[in-house]
Design a protein around this ligand. Structure first.
Ligand SMILES: Nc1ncnc2c1ncn2[C@@H]1O[C@H](COP(=O)(O)OP(=O)(O)OP(=O)(O)O)[C@@H](O)[C@H]1O
Ligand SMILES: [Mg+2]
Length: 404
């Protein structure tokens, strides 16, 4: 995946020079360690040589002085040799034990962390029918960050409605979607499904009720059909049964182009497989989300985070239409997007800024308020305002004297 930039930006030589510098410093360190190890070994060998010489010298003196018989001296030599070999092995083993214990300690820490992070199984059942899903003054800060990604955010998702969330990059929209879907728990404040607080609910049942299309949805290296079916893998279906989801996502032409239709493999790493473009993948992702939500009857939430960022203009307009049509009496649709044209028909629009909810209302209310939303909307609308046609004098433009 780096090949294009490596060639076009001439990154190769630069990275290699960086690598060489790192390799050289690693080599220098290894050299330093090797010479200090050699010195230690040299001292140790000299000491042990001296000890051996002293031992054998003493034995020689004991034999020549008649204090020790030759048989006993022979036995002593064997005892010294096996003794020193065992001592050497003992030192090696203690060393190895210490080294391994470091790994064991890491593993122990990992298990403690894993136990703390694991999603608990069990809990209260999620109510079959809820009127709304409510986020009440929710705050969330990522563990490695100083500032909160979400700060006291409250919003309400009534079943049957379409809610839009807009805001600049990094304002916390995707984090909000992870909280709504139950992937992250609020650190303060509550998320309620009807009357029930999510912290007490059986989380896999909450997941059952959520359909989520993320910005970076997974592109599975399997067939097109399986890529859609993985939205709800437990639900058996033939590729033909996925037709409605394919049509919904406007992915029909994409699939028709594939050599084996829905049975085509979408992973360049395999022979005979096909690679889709970014927008084509997004249509497959949308089909997966449709398949997931269409196989659920209970009340639930459908969340789409930037579902149209890679779609062409016509596909985008259609996609927004379709997403709005997904609102059903048993479903609350949440749409995150930077395309302001896509949110104007939402029942309620929330505007996030630096993790805080700064505005909310319908499109008309927010435009009338002339706040952030109106500014964002006008900025995009201005791009499409008709430009003055060349040749036709623009009465507003200042007249410039003709140099000729
Ligand atoms: N996994 C993470 N760990 C640490 N910080 C994160 C993580 N994900 C997001 N953040 C930070 O949280 C803040 C909000 O990020 P988030 O992804 O919610 O923004 P966003 O509104 O979805 O932006 P965009 O419009 O670019 O998609 C950002 O400052 C980001 O750097
Ligand atoms: Mg995001």
């Amino acid at each position: 995946t780096a090949a294009q930039e490596v060639r076009l930006h001439a990154v190769g030589a630069f990275l290699l020079s960086r690598y060489q510098r790192m390799a050289e410093s690693a080599e220098a360190e290894q050299e330093r360690l090797a010479s200090s190890k050699a010195l230690t070994e040299w001292v140790a060998s000299a000491l042990s040589g001296l000890a051996v010489a002293a031992t054998y010298g003493t034995m020689f003196w004991l034999i020549t002085a008649g204090h020790m018989s030759l048989a006993i001296a022979g036995t002593a030599v064997i005892a010294v040799r096996t003794g020193s070999a065992s001592l050497g092995a003992l030192v090696m083993n203690v060393n190895q034990l210490h080294e391994e214990s470091l790994y064991v300690r890491d593993h122990g820490r990992f298990l403690t962390q894993a136990a703390r992070r694991v999603i608990p199984s069990g809990g209260e059942p999620v109510p079959e029918q809820v009127e709304e899903v409510v986020l009440d003054r929710v705050t969330y800060r990522y563990p490695d960050r100083d500032t909160a990604a979400l700060d006291q955010v409250s919003l309400t998702l009534p079943m049957g409605s379409v809610t839009a969330v807009v805001g600049e990059n990094g304002s916390g929209k995707s984090t909000l979607m992870k909280i709504l879907s139950g992937l992250l728990l609020p650190q303060s404040g509550t998320l309620r499904w009807g009357p029930a607080d999510i912290t007490g609910l059986y989380r896999s049942q909450v997941f059952e009720r959520v359909s989520l299309l993320t910005q970076d949805f997974q592109r599975w290296p399997v067939t097109a059909a399986m890529n859609i079916r993985l939205g709800r893998p437990a639900h058996a279906v033939t590729p033909e049964g996925l037709g409605p989801s394919v049509d919904y996502a406007g992915a029909g032409p994409v699939i028709a182009k594939l050599p084996d239709g829905l049975r085509s493999l979408l992973a360049r790493m395999f022979r005979g497989a096909i690679e889709l473009s970014g927008g084509e993948w997004q249509k497959v992702g949308l089909a997966r989300t449709h398949w997931r939500s269409s196989t659920s009857q209970a009340d639930g939430v459908l969340i789409v985070d930037e579902p149209t960022s890679a779609l062409d203009p016509e596909a985008e307009i259609e996609a927004f239409d379709r997403i709005r049509r997904l609102a059903a009496p048993n479903r609350a649709v949440v749409l995150v997007t930077h395309r302001m044209s896509g949110v104007r028909h939402a029942d309620r629009i929330y505007v996030l800024n630096a993790g805080r909810l700064v505005e909310q209302g319908t499109h008309d209310e927010l435009i009338a308020a002339q706040g952030r939303y109106a500014a964002m909307f006008d900025a995009q609308a201005a791009q499409y305002a008709p430009a003055p046609t060349p040749g036709i004098p623009n009465p507003a433009a200042p007249t410039v004297a003709d140099p000729a």
